[in-house]
Design a protein around this ligand. Structure first.
Ligand code: PBG
Length: 342
């Protein structure tokens, strides 16, 4: 009857004050049913968006070497992947173009015949109910790999980039993008894109702003996949310093004021404190991007037999949601959706 080691006079056991043994959180962890009952965060298929890379050609499906299970696909194969995503119950995809043509401005990104534009038109036909999100940036399209045209000092020219962003966003919306996701961290990008969309008959197109995007080493595998590694320098002049948190709130506030419909924090796992702070401060839907390096790290450890993939995938995504993300961009979207109930 008496379970307190103190009262039992069992001096070999831990000596605890009696009150500590009245409150036992372990009671609610005893069975799976109890754990399900008190679970605070439930991951759902509705929370997951699949990033996709689209290349020229047909019948192309080439795996990104640093991202096992992630492919660069031609439009025909991409359409098959989108159908699968739709059948798995994912709400949408975000498209990244890997173009053959590059120049100093990235002008191919606003060609009505561009790679992402054609992909959007196809999947609007083949998977009409899948949400079509388009990344809006230039690093895949410029021959120098930076996110906009350069000024005479070799820095990305913020204000010259804004006009080009308007052209790209309009072109993508014309091709059927329902959500535009500017990822270049240019000052004023949300206001300028909103203005262009509204003036161009696309007031229904939403803006998912990469409002808080850090200059992160975790984008390494993405740059291989998208061919967007800067040919010189780095992105520290426009993306945020990983050391800063208050600045994240300032960035998010500016985008809210400029008319963003949804906000993003990127990367996710090393920045969960930022996800929480943005969530607590603003009332817009918030998304977090589990980026290429986060995915590649898990895959690499799994391949070595060091981590259990199913557990770590589920845990990482659940924790990103627990931190405050309403939805998550993740290369694991399909694998995770297969494990979740509809
Ligand atoms: C820029 C862009 C990047 C990512 C998404 N959009 C790369 C960068 O800023 O260098 C990275 C995504 C990832 O790592 O998965 N267009």
């Amino acid at each position: 009857m008496v379970h307190n080691p103190n009262e039992m006079g069992d001096l070999d056991g831990p000596v605890l004050p009696p009150d500590f043994l009245v409150k036992r959180p372990r009671r609610l962890r005893r069975t799976d049913a109890l754990r399900r009952l008190v679970r605070e965060t439930e991951l759902s298929r509705n929370d997951l968006i699949l990033p996709l890379f689209v290349v020229e050609g047909s019948g192309v499906r080439s795996e990104v070497s640093s991202m096992p299970g992630v492919y660069r696909e031609s439009i025909d194969r991409l359409a098959e992947t989108c159908r699968e995503a739709e059948q798995l119950g994912l709400p949408g995809v975000i498209l990244f173009g890997v173009p053959d043509e590059k120049d100093a401005e990235g002008s191919y990104s606003w060609s009505s015949d561009g790679i992402v534009q054609r992909a959007l038109e196809t999947i609007a036909r083949t998977s009409p109910n899948l949400l079509r999100i388009a990344d809006v940036c230039f690093c895949e399209y410029t021959d120098h790999g930076h996110c906009g045209p350069l000024d005479e000092h070799g820095q990305v020219d913020n204000d010259a980039t804004l006009g080009n962003l308007q052209l790209q966003a309009m072109s993508l919306a014309d091709a059927g993008a329902q959500v535009l996701a500017p990822s270049g961290m240019m000052d004023g990008m949300v206001a300028m894109i909103r203005d262009a969309l509204d003036g161009g008959g696309h007031s229904d197109a939403a803006i998912l702003s990469y409002a808080v995007k850090y200059a992160s080493g975790f984008y390494g595998p993405f740059r291989d996949a998208a061919g967007s590694t800067p040919s010189f320098g780095d992105r520290n002049g426009y993306q945020m310093d990983p050391a800063n948190a208050r600045e994240a709130l300032r960035e998010a506030r500016l985008d809210v004021e400029q008319g963003a419909d949804m906000l993003m924090v990127k990367p996710a796992m090393p920045y969960l404190d930022i996800v929480r702070r943005v969530k607590d401060t603003f009332d817009l839907p918030l998304c977090a991007y589990q980026v290429s390096g986060e995915y590649a790290m898990i895959k690499a450890a799994v391949r070595n037999g060091w981590l259990n993939e199913e557990r770590v995938m589920r845990e990482s995504l659940t924790c990103i949601k627990r931190a405050g993300a309403d939805f998550i961009l993740t290369y694991y979207a399909r694998e995770m959706a297969r494990l979740l109930k509809p």
